[in-house]
Design a binder for this molecule. Structure first.
Ligand code: DX5
Ligand code: ZN
Length: 221
């Protein structure tokens, strides 16, 4: 199970330290929440920030995973590919021609992911599953860190796990994002997730990062 911290609730004035703290604690996957103020109500950061943190990530061999909560993401996938993102995840709800977008990311030599909002059924990605490197179940409505995990997401993970297993798609990363903390991480793993995004559970105000990472690991047993 990968633990993929999201920097959304990190201290942006000390981003270098925020990164080395979790990388020194063994984290090797970083989740980058890109918001455009249109697809979601919030604005976060774009490829420029990702480019600037790339050297630290490369030094530690960390996977960069961009979660694009932006309208019409085709406009920007080249930029995120050039910024060093290995996984580029778009929202099914933001793509008119999802199959084309997925192929576009693949053609850039990157790993395509598709995210589903809580109200979007799994059938929205069924036809493109064989083309994906990552499938992301949102367990909150996207836009903000620190929201409560929607309990029905556990069953949605289970059903996606079954869909992937039935098709022999064992290499597709099943990522869960939103409200995952030490009390939930084992449950999402047991339901079939292979990558858990953890924002505020790692970057909690006033908490030591090595300790929050250790707590999550401990919860996984
Ligand atoms: C929500 C984002 C997240 C999320 C993670 O729009 O995609 O990745 O903020 O943060 P927590 O774990 O605090 O929900
Ligand atoms: Zn995210």
């Amino acid at each position: 199970m990968h633990i993929a911290p999201s920097i959304l609730t990190a201290d942006f004035a000390h981003m270098g330290d925020e990164l080395t703290a979790i990388f020194d604690a063994g984290i090797r996957w970083l989740h980058l929440d890109v918001m455009d103020g249109r697809f979601v109500p919030n604005i976060s950061f774009g490829p420029m920030l990702i480019r600037s943190l790339r050297p630290i990530a490369e030094q530690y061999g960390v996977v960069l995973d961009a979660h694009l909560m932006i309208a019409d993401p085709d406009r920007y996938v080249e930029e995120f590919a050039a910024a060093g993102c290995e996984y580029i995840t778009v929202h099914a709800e933001a793509c008119t021609h999802l199959h084309r977008t997925v192929q576009h990311i693949r053609a850039l030599g990157k790993k395509p992911g598709v995210a589903l909002n809580p109200a979007t059924p799994l059938s929205a990605i069924e036809e493109v599953l064989p083309d994906l490197s990552l499938a992301l179940i949102m367990s909150v409505n996207p836009g903000f860190g620190g929201q409560r995990f929607i309990p029905a997401s556990i069953d949605k993970i289970r059903r996606l796990r079954t869909m992937l297993d039935e098709r022999g798609l064992n290499d597709v990363v099943l990522q869960i994002d939103g409200g995952v903390n030490k009390d939930l991480i084992a449950a999402v793993r047991d339901a079939g997730a292979t990558c858990a995004v953890t924002g505020s559970a790692v970057y909690a105000p006033g908490r030591n990062r090595a300790e929050t990472v250790a707590e999550l690991r401990q919860a996984l047993g």
